[in-house]
Design a protein. Structure first.
Length: 166
């Protein structure tokens, strides 16, 4: 059974993951408007992944006898200034999510909720990967600078991203 405090924090995390999905969809739409379909595809896939994260937590709360409560999701920004701006925002956001996951894990440790600790371990590891991916793209875009040919090559490369099921 989840404690009320951990249950409330898990509900906050569900909302944060759903916001992440909306944010990445907004970034996808922005990249589409900039004629960068590869970046747009990458962000759409990221949006789906974030929704899956929300549903994992949803299931954990339900499985542990908690109650899921869903609230409004804040509208994400619609303009990111550039592909680099979008990925810099994505990296900053992933760092925020990492802080939230670490806090949840710490709460589970403090409450000796071993089932939640085991469950959250996957998210701890996932956040390392999320930050790594975003950092690599930010570094690549920074190196590319204003070179349109290099930007298009990177767009193609990111557009080739495959989901786990591919």
């Amino acid at each position: 059974m989840l404690s009320p405090e951990l249950g409330a924090a898990m509900n906050d995390q569900i909302a944060a993951e759903l916001y992440s999905s909306h944010l990445y969809l907004a970034m996808s739409a922005y990249c589409e408007s900039q004629n960068l379909p590869g970046f747009a595809r990458w962000f759409r896939m990221q949006a789906e992944e974030e929704r899956d994260h929300a549903m994992r937590i949803f299931r954990h709360v339900v499985d542990r006898g908690g109650r899921v409560t869903l609230g409004a999701i804040e509208a994400p920004p619609g303009d990111f200034g550039s592909a680099l701006g979008a990925f810099e925002r994505a990296l900053a956001h992933e760092r925020e999510v990492t802080t939230m996951i670490d806090s949840l894990y710490g709460m589970a440790v403090g409450q000796a909720d071993y089932a939640s600790q085991v469950f959250l371990q996957w998210f701890v590891e996932e956040q390392v990967e999320e930050e790594k991916q975003a950092t690599e793209v930010v570094q690549a875009l920074t190196a590319v600078g204003a070179d349109p040919a290099s930007l298009l090559m990177l767009d193609r490369e990111l557009g080739a991203r495959r989901s786990e099921g591919d």
